[in-house]
Ligand binder design. Structure first.
Ligand SMILES: [Zn+2]
Length: 252
């Protein structure tokens, strides 16, 4: 197969996803702050596909964003209401109605998402004080992760595509936005996963696994520090005290 890449979805051209994606309009602007490690190394990373699904979204790859012109312009714009998706004790939970459309005061909601593991996400935040002072939002997922490709370190650990889906469900519930195409992200996610499971089961392929993936229900979630390191920023890991409540806000 040709290894020529599609530079929109970053898949080989023969497998390009772009034709099956209808960019969805939202009032909210989504800003994916992607750690370079996520950009380079995560084979089943879904951040880029999520961005392609959302017309009003942008990806910035980097580790610190205080000197990033595009991000800083969004934060400074008085027409915007920027928030950080970052679960924890002081985050406003959209599912509980903590944050509603009237709180925006007519401004545009801008949600910044750290597309990284918890440990890398914390590092990004530590290096970007302007993000530390943003109001924080979170959601309670309506479904556990559907991800069977990567062994999810925690039962509730979500891929970026699933997290964006859950976030949109929560934004709609709170009256902050409309979610016009809920089937698209989950359908795309399912198709990507089916493809990867087929590859994993194909003995002619380099990445062939000699043992098939077990269904998620039969897997044992990783515990301890290794699992906590791999859990993603979108959800509070089980070891809440260790990871979720660290004092990431530092004096300005
Ligand atoms: Zn493509």
């Amino acid at each position: 197969m040709s290894r020529e890449m599609c530079y929109r979805c970053f898949w080989p051209k023969a497998l390009c996803w772009c034709g099956s994606i209808t960019p969805m309009e939202t009032r909210t602007k989504f800003v994916f702050l992607m750690h370079p490690k996520e950009f380079k190394e995560e084979k089943a990373a879904t951040g880029r596909l999520t961005h392609l699904c959302l017309a009003n979204s942008v990806i910035h790859v980097g580790v610190q964003f205080d000197a990033h012109d595009g991000v800083q312009a969004l934060l400074r714009d008085p027409a915007n209401f920027p928030v950080l998706l970052y679960p924890g004790r002081d985050a406003q939970n959209l599912a509980r109605g903590d944050f509603r459309a009237t709180d925006l005061g007519g401004r545009r909601l801008v949600v910044l998402l750290l597309d990284a593991t918890w440990s890398l996400g914390r590092k990004m935040l530590r290096l970007s004080p302007s993000l530390q002072w943003l109001p924080r939002i979170m959601f309670t997922p309506t479904a556990p992760s559907r991800f069977v490709i990567k062994q999810q370190p925690e039962v509730g650990c979500l891929s970026t595509l699933e997290a964006a889906h859950e976030l949109l469900v929560a934004l709609e519930t709170s009256g902050l936005d409309r979610y016009p195409l809920p089937e698209q992200m989950l359908g795309l996610f399912q198709r990507m996963q089916d493809y990867q499971l087929r590859c994993a089961a194909d003995p002619d392929r380099a990445g062939y696994r000699h043992r098939a993936y077990r269904p998620p229900a039969e897997r044992t979630p990783l515990r301890g520090r290794s699992g906590a390191r791999r859990a993603r920023v979108f959800q509070v890991p089980r070891e809440e005290n260790e990871i979720g409540h660290l004092p990431v806000r530092e004096a300005p």
